[in-house]
Design a protein around this ligand. Structure first.
Ligand code: 1HN
Length: 383
C-alpha cells in the first residue's frame, strides 16, 4: 500500500535539459526524474544555480511609491474605513511588485502609510514584530507605548520594540499620516510571530497629551543614562528621537566638514544612525534606521549591501539610482533598494521646499539581522 495516491500531483517538477553541468537528457533520465517527483526528492544539480548564487539575487525589485499618490488614497481610506478592533490599524502597505502581491516591501520588511482621523483611537495590542513610526508631515497623534503617551511630529523617529503594548490616538482636529516600518515579512517567514489584543479603551491618563514622553525624560539626554534603569533589553528604551536633535547632528557634520574637520561619511554627505542609548546598538534587533543629508549637487558613491533598505525622502529632491532603475524623487516619496542592488543618489540644487537646502533621506534596513548572523557585507564598486 502506498502512503500517497498516485493521483495527487507532486509539487516537485523536474525537467531534463541539455545544458552545461546537466546530465544528458534521455528516456532513462526522464524516468529517474519522474521517480524523484513521486518520492518528493529534488537533486542539487537542478537547483544549485538558484540556491547558491555567486552573490545575493533578490526576489524583490527596486520600486518607487510617490507620496502624492499615497496620501490621497490614505485620506480616502480615512473617509471610508473605520479603525477598530479586528483590522486594528488604518495602515496601507507597500507591496513589492515581485513579491506575489503580499504586503511586503522587501523579503524581510513591511512599510505602510498609516492614517488617523481627528479624535480617533487605534486600539491597544502587542506583537513580537519590531516596529517604528516616522513622520514626514503633520502632528497631532500620540502613540501610547506601555502606557506612555509619545507625541509624533514632522521629522520624529519613534521606535517600538516587539511585545510592547501600544495604541495611537489623534487628539487634534486634523487627520494625520505617517509611515510604519516593521519586520513582519521576516517574522512571517521565520514562523516566529505572536500577537495579543489589549484593552478596548485607553485610560484618561493615557489620553493625555504631554509634550515629551516619560521615556524621553528618562533616556533622552545626550550621553547620559539613568543609573536606576536596567541595562538594554530587546530594543531601545527611548521611544522618540526628535527632529531637532537629528537636524542639528546633520547640520553640525556638514559645518565641521566645511571647516576642514572629519565627520561626514563622504564629501557632502552627512549621516547619523538612531541607536539605543543604553547599548549604542541599533534601536531594534531586526531594524536599523538612519538619516542622511546630501548637499545640493553632490553625487554619492554607489554602494551594495546585503539586506534590503527602504528610503523616504524627508526633504529636498534628487535623482536616485537603484540597480538599472533611475527616478527623480521629492518629499515623501518612498523607494526600496533590494539586497545587493547598487544604490546611489544625486542631490538637486535649489529644491524649493527644503529646510536645509539639501536632500534629506530617512532610511531603514534589515542590516541588524545579517550582522547578528555574520552575513552582513557591503561593497563600494568604484572605490
Ligand atoms: C501595527 O500594530 C501597527 O501599531 C502598524 O501602528 C502596522 C501592520 C501589521 C500588524 C500590526 C501599529 C501594522 C501593525
Amino acid at each position: 500500500m502506498t502512503q500517497r495516491s498516485d493521483a495527487t500531483p507532486s509539487p516537485v517538477h523536474l525537467e531534463a535539459v541539455d545544458a552545461p553541468g546537466q546530465p544528458t537528457p534521455s528516456a532513462a533520465l526522464d524516468e529517474l526524474y519522474r521517480s524523484f517527483e513521486k518520492e518528493l526528492l529534488v537533486p542539487l544539480w537542478t537547483e544549485i544555480g538558484d540556491l547558491m548564487p555567486a552573490h545575493p539575487q533578490s526576489k524583490a525589485q527596486p520600486h518607487l511609491w510617490r507620496w502624492n499618490d499615497l496620501l490621497p488614497l490614505a485620506e480616502r481610506a480615512g473617509e471610508l474605513v473605520p479603525v477598530g478592533r479586528g483590522g486594528e490599524r488604518r495602515a496601507i502597505a507597500l507591496a513589492n511588485p515581485s513579491l506575489g502581491g503580499r504586503p511586503f516591501v522587501a523579503p524581510t520588511l513591511w512599510a505602510a502609510i498609516q492614517y488617523l482621523m481627528p479624535g480617533e483611537d487605534a486600539p491597544e495590542h502587542r506583537h513580537t514584530q519590531h516596529a517604528f513610526r516616522f513622520v514626514v508631515e503633520g502632528e497631532g497623534v500620540w502613540t501610547v507605548v506601555g502606557q506612555d503617551p509619545v507625541p509624533m511630529r514632522r521629522g520624529d523617529f519613534l521606535p517600538q520594540a516587539g511585545w510592547n503594548w501600544h495604541a495611537h490616538h489623534n487628539a487634534t482636529e486634523k487627520p494625520m499620516a505617517w509611515i510604519d516600518g516593521l519586520d513582519i515579512p521576516f517574522q512571517y517567514s521565520a514562523e516566529a510571530p505572536f500577537f495579543e489584543f489589549g484593552r478596548e479603551r485607553l485610560s484618561d491618563a493615557e489620553h493625555g497629551t504631554p509634550d515629551r514622553s516619560r521615556s524621553e525624560r528618562l533616556w533622552g539626554h545626550p550621553g547620559l543614562r539613568p543609573l536606576a534603569s536596567p541595562a538594554g533589553g530587546r530594543g531601545t528604551p527611548l521611544l522618540a528621537y526628535r527632529w531637532e536633535h537629528t537636524n542639528r547632528a546633520l547640520a553640525d557634520q556638514l559645518e565641521l566638514e566645511a571647516e576642514g574637520h572629519p565627520g561626514t561619511v563622504e564629501p557632502g554627505h552627512a549621516a547619523v544612525r538612531f541607536c539605543d542609548p543604553s547599548t549604542g546598538s541599533d534601536v531594534l534587533p531586526t531594524i536599523r534606521a538612519e538619516m542622511h543629508r546630501i548637499r545640493p549637487g553632490v553625487q554619492t558613491q554607489p554602494v551594495q549591501e546585503v539586506g534590503a533598505s527602504v528610503y523616504q525622502v524627508f526633504d529636498g529632491s534628487g535623482t536616485v539610482t537603484v540597480g538599472s532603475q533611475r527616478w527623480t524623487v521629492t518629499r515623501g516619496d518612498l523607494f526600496v533598494v533590494p539586497s545587493w542592488q547598487p544604490f546611489s543618489v544625486r542631490s538637486e540644487a535649489g529644491s524649493s521646499d527644503s529646510d536645509s537646502g539639501s536632500l534629506d533621506l530617512f532610511r531603514f534596513s534589515d542590516s541588524p539581522i545579517f550582522e547578528a548572523l555574520g552575513l552582513h557585507r557591503t561593497h563600494e564598486p568604484t572605490r
